[in-house]
Write a protein that binds this ligand. Structure first.
Ligand code: FAD
Length: 289
């Protein structure tokens, strides 16, 4: 089944993201994670892919297949292109087809700091076009940035780039994490203003620790609202209280998004099912789908 169809059927599509374990040996642990996530009945689960083939990226497609075949949940396999040759992309697409994977998240990946080559695929839109050409039946997701991508000079320009991904064949979008829903709503209005009418799932990452959040905001440029900054200060020496307060915060974010009838909410679980559970348990009854 194609993920794009889910958005037509459901009020708010709820999805999770996981990453392949770093070591091959840890792959067994993924079954426990998937079993726990499965109890929460997500509409789909996405599996990240390491740009450059590091960190067990080969496992992405195997795990995506496991999600569908052993856990009966729709999966979305991520795929990056900055370091890929056309042959590697074609190989991945062939593997996806053999495994019955119908949904691919087409990404560029971050350009490595020491990169000096000339990429075959400079932007995600080039990968999207390649997928459309090779296997037009695949449903394609792509990344969106409510506060703008770190390499992009404005949100408006980012929206133009998003439109190019839609024109190349993207079927839906998932956003980078954000902590202030206003950014999402403003961004969504901007996409409508340029005539984009594809579903956009809002990416939510619950905070686990101060160091995790410092790393993330450095990597993706998300702004921290004053309430979170105060929370980080207040619970500096009390990690469990921080997690509790942060869980309340992300659950509030999700409730507000659902109340605003967003297309979807995508929870970055960081392979911690208790995070997804904690958030979903706090969804207000009236917001349940
Ligand atoms: P693009 O859409 O190509 O954008 C990259 C940059 O180029 C942006 O600044 C954009 O504005 C600019 N740009 C686009 N088109 C043009 C143009 N025509 N002219 C000039 N500039 C242009 N990374 C991983 O390695 N593995 C993952 O599994 C992964 N999953 C992700 C999932 C989500 C939901 C998100 C939001 C990000 C994910 N990332 C992942 C991170 C992503 O790879 C990085 O953010 C990367 O730097 C950009 O990827 P992209 O697909 O958005 O690229």
């Amino acid at each position: 089944m194609k993920i794009a169809e889910l958005y037509q059927r459901k009020k708010t599509v709820i999805s999770f993201e996981i990453f392949p374990p770093k070591k091959e040996a840890d792959l067994e642990g993924i079954d426990r994670i998937l079993a726990e996530l499965g109890e929460l009945s997500p509409d789909f689960i996405s599996v990240t892919y390491s740009a450059g083939g590091m960190n067990n990226s080969a496992a992405t497609f195997d795990i995506a297949s496991k999600i569908q075949n052993e856990h009966q949940i729709l999966s979305l396999a991520h795929m990056t292109c900055i370091n890929s040759t056309p042959e590697q992309v074609a190989g991945n697409l062939e593997k996806a087809k053999l495994l019955g994977i119908e949904n691919i998240m087409a990404l560029r990946g971050d350009i490595p700091a020491d990169y000096t080559g000339t990429p075959h695929y400079l932007y995600a839109k080039d990968l999207i076009a390649k997928i459309k050409k090779e296997q037009p039946q695949i449903c394609i997701g792509a990344a969106a940035y409510t506060e703008g991508h770190t390499d992009c000079e404005s949100v408006e320009l980012g929206v133009e780039h998003l439109k190019q991904k839609a024109d190349a064949g993207a079927d839906f979008f998932v956003t980078q994490l954000f902590f202030d829903n206003r950014f999402f709503y403003e961004f969504y209005d901007k996409t409508l203003a340029v005539g984009l009418d594809l579903p956009i799932s809002a990416g939510i990452m619950p905070i686990l620790s101060k160091s995790q959040i410092e790393k993330m905001i450095f990597m993706c440029g998300a702004s921290l609202p004053a309430r979170i900054v105060k929370m980080l200060g207040k619970y500096e020496n009390s990690p469990e209280d921080l997690k509790k307060a942060a869980m309340e915060y992300s659950a509030e974010q999700i409730n507000d998004l659902i109340a605003h009838k967003v297309d979807g909410v995508h929870i970055y679980t960081m392979n911690r099912p208790e995070i997804a559970r904690g958030n979903l348990e706090k969804i207000r009854y009236g917001n349940r789908i």
